[in-house]
Design a protein around this ligand. Structure first.
Ligand code: ATP
Length: 260
């Protein structure tokens, strides 16, 4: 089972963003999409679940072209955690997480007991079970972010798309959230696609990384293959190196500064 992007071209009106982007995301991996501001990471992510449609090329999930699938069928397989989590109405946390079950329900059908179990598990997974009856507008930015992650988990997806998921989170919560999705990937085979600016976090958690540069996938591979000093200089103009954290044995990126 894979998520494939084949020779994708995407323009906003006349503005070319992606031109010939191709990659393959493998089942069960944590896959990072990195690149500088404005290179098209969010645009690529939105093409994966047909939030946007490419001008040419295709996106194929588990053998099916997403352009030929019903939105509801895509939502049964692919859940998204978008970047901005504006929720205008005052729903409770539980109500919002329960929205993740909608692709599996008929119109006007209520939550079944198995839906409720899945919702409660998602709330526990993100540490919000005790806050389930609060209204979303009573919560902090980081707590809201976890509500949106729980809603996506309640979709019981095979693929979880996360756009800068740790943006509003303090460092402890960044580790909690990334540890959680990493564990779900290992234990339940969830495939996680993360758009990020955080090179140390990406190198620590991602099995493979795609670097977007000059409208295409410049390189794709393991952190060792992609996060070379040469690539980080070429793409971000920084002097940086991939290193192994002596305490955890995990990858990290040492950022020395602007390249000269
Ligand atoms: N709705 C839109 N209409 C027109 N141009 C857009 C739109 N959304 C994004 N763009 C432009 O397309 C380009 C790619 O945007 P995108 O958000 O995909 O980049 P990104 O790599 O995710 O950026 P960042 O790291 O800053 O979040 C940018 O130049 C952006 O200004």
């Amino acid at each position: 089972m894979t998520f494939e992007v084949r020779d994708l071209e995407f323009r906003y009106r006349e503005k070319p963003v992606l031109d010939g982007a191709s990659l393959e995301i493998r089942s069960g991996e944590v896959f990072g999409i990195l690149g500088p501001n404005g290179c098209g990471k969010t645009t690529l992510l939105k093409n994966l679940n047909r939030n946007l449609r490419p001008n040419s090329g295709s996106v194929v999930v588990d053998g099916s072209d997403v352009s030929e699938m019903a939105k509801k069928d895509i939502a049964k397989i692919v859940a998204a955690v978008p970047q901005a989590n504006e929720i205008r109405f005052s729903f409770t946390v539980r109500d919002i997480v329960a929205m993740g079950r909608m692709p599996f329900q008929r119109q006007f059908e209520g939550d079944s007991s198995s839906d409720l179990q899945i919702v409660d598990q998602a709330l526990k997974d993100v540490g919000l079970y005790d806050m389930r009856d609060l209204h979303i507008n009573e919560m902090s930015g980081g707590e809201r972010q976890r509500v949106i992650i729980a809603r996506a988990l309640a979709q019981t997806p095979r693929y979880l798309l996360m756009d800068e998921p740790t943006n509003h989170l303090d460092v402890n919560m960044q580790f909690e959230v990334l540890d959680l999705v990493h564990r779900l990937s290992r234990e339940k085979g969830l495939t996680v696609v993360i758009v990020s600016h955080d090179l140390p976090m990406a190198s620590r958690y991602c099995d493979r990384i795609a670097m977007i540069h000059d409208h295409r996938v410049m390189c794709c591979g393991t952190p060792e293959e992609v996060l070379t000093p040469e690539n980080m200089k070429a793409v971000f103009n920084v002097d940086a190196e991939l290193s192994v954290d002596s305490k955890t044995g995990k990858h990290t990126v040492l950022l020395h500064g602007v390249a000269h």
